[in-house]
Design a protein around this ligand. Structure first.
Ligand code: PBG
Length: 374
């Protein structure tokens, strides 16, 4: 019992006013409450009528009351694609990630799809010789990305194929857009190039095009071109809030853009990590231009942006758990400093809790396997 012999409470607590402020007016005088009303958090019995630890005592009750669940259908697996046949190359800064030739890609994607992963996203690794100032390789119908799309859709018709729309694999300088003489990445000319790239992906059979370039006005231009080109069903997943982040380092190694980029950065078009309101304006603009789904990138360090976006717009909201986040996990796990599986699953849960409908993650295959094997 929680009462002393004299009837007083055994764990004396501070006076109510000191803890919760002055008593509220009676319920009848208050406005109607909603689920988001914080007053609701005060409706439970005070301790010890309410003991939150009761529900946490056993696995069965924890499972029943879990507010968020991780499942394979929330996962999108990224792949790096290389030329050749039956070829794989390790990515040093991303342990367990390999660049794959198209035939190997088809096999790997088949495996993750069989585990319940609905979609993959492709990043071609182009030879330096194929990179030109006008980035024309981006819309070559026989380009690596276009061939990979066709091969995947032929082998796995139900697998969603998402493509990255940006010029970095095709530009000699590793920037996502076209560069003028002063070294500035020009906007409107880049948008024209991105439209051609997105159309060529759609023509190859891409289900979703994902502009990751952060040019102004590109979603509207791509949407208009897709509609005009009778690709009305092709979805746009906009990298709406993509930050100029240093967490992309290992990705740039993986696609071979790090050397080309050198000491340059992408701050003249990607968002400043200091800004949150600006991200909301970017997302609003992309939605008004016709984006079907929006993405926040990177992931964990930007979960506040995911939460704000979900609450403000209530649209399909994805996050990209990026290469640097993956590399940190893998490095700590390799040292035995963290339990990889536990930390990855907790990370996926955090994405869900923040409001993510889906997550692009290099861990997708592992997570799907762990979920299957229990
Ligand atoms: C390029 C692109 C980048 C990523 C996805 N598309 C890198 C960049 O903007 O420099 C990063 C993904 C990752 O780090 O995992 N358009």
């Amino acid at each position: 019992m929680w009462l002393n012999a004299d009837g007083s409470v055994r764990c004396p607590r501070p006076a109510r006013d000191a803890v919760r402020g002055p008593a509220r007016p009676p319920l009848t005088h208050r406005r109607t409450t909603t689920v988001t009303d914080h007053a609701l958090y005060g409706v439970r019995a005070p301790f010890p009528g309410s003991r939150p630890r009761r529900l946490r005592r056993d696995g069965f009750s924890r499972a029943l009351v879990a507010e968020h669940r991780v499942d394979a259908s929330m996962l999108i697996q990224p792949y790096f694609v290389i030329e050749g046949e039956n070829r794989t190359e390790p990515v040093e800064s991303m342990p367990a990630v390999e660049r794959l030739s198209v035939d190997r890609l088809v096999a790997a994607a088949g495996e993750v799809h069989a585990l319940g992963v609905p979609a993959v996203v492709l990043f071609p690794v182009t030879d330096d010789a194929a990179k030109t100032d006008d980035c024309a390789g981006a819309w070559d119908p026989e380009g690596l990305a276009q061939r990979a799309i066709r091969a995947l859709k032929r082998a796995h018709p139900t697998l969603g194929v998402i493509t990255d729309v940006a010029l970095d694999p095709y530009s000699p300088h590793g920037q996502d857009g076209l560069m003028d003489d002063s070294g500035y990445i020009v906007n409107d000319e880049t948008v024209d190039a991105l439209v051609r790239q997105a159309l060529s992906h759609a023509e190859a059979g891409a289900d979703v095009v994902a502009p990751s370039d952060m040019m102004d006005g590109r979603v509207g231009a791509i949407r208009e071109a897709l509609e005009a080109g009778e690709h009305t069903h092709v979805r746009i997943l906009s990298y709406a809030a993509k930050y100029a982040s240093s967490f992309y380092g290992p990705f740039r190694d993986a696609v071979g853009a790090a050397a080309a980029l050198g000491k340059a950065d992408k701050k003249s078009y990607q968002l400043d990590p200091a800004n949150g309101d600006e991200a909301m304006h970017e997302i609003a603009a992309d939605l008004q231009e016709g984006a079907d789904m929006i993405m926040v990138k990177p992931g964990l360090p930007y979960l506040d942006i995911v939460r704000r976006a979900k609450e403000a717009f209530r649209v399909p909201t994805f996050a990209y758990h990026v290469s640097g986040e993956y590399a940190m996990l893998k490095a700590a796990a390799a040292h035995g400093w963290i339990d990889e599986r536990a930390v990855v699953m907790e990370t996926m849960t955090a994405f869900r809790r923040a409001g993510c409908d889906a997550v692009l993650t290099y861990c997708a295959h592992d997570v799907a396997r762990w979920l299957r094997d229990g």
